[in-house]
Design a binder for this molecule. Sequence first.
Ligand code: HEC
Length: 90
Amino acid sequence: MKNRIKITIATFVIVITSAATMNSCKTPDSIAAKSGAQLWGENCNRCHNAPDPHTFSDDQWDAAVEHMHQKAILTDAEAKKIVDFLKTAN
Ligand code: HEC
């Protein structure tokens, strides 16, 4: 009976510590620290002039960034920040 409680506690400790150290799904700090405006400036003028945020409507930005997401090989987190920035600047 006592051993069973020990095993249960040990299992609990392992589950908690592995949950605390598993952070592979987190956005890397280098991206998290950058704003949408910064990412837009760094990425969207590599192949052409970075388009002015006022150029398109929100829906058009969704479509354009979805397209450039693949071309510019952006992560999901980067594309989301850039599109949010472009929409708020409208
Ligand atoms: C790897 C090069 C590359 C990068 C980086 C890039 N673009 Fe483009 N972009 C293109 C090309 C090439 C076109 C011309 C259309 C085509 O052939 O797909 C284009 C066209 C566009 C257009 C015209 C509409 C459209 O969808 O075709 C918009 C708007 C645009 N880019 C926005 C952006 C934004 C915003 C970013 C930053 C997230 C970006 N681009 C980054 C290559 C790039």
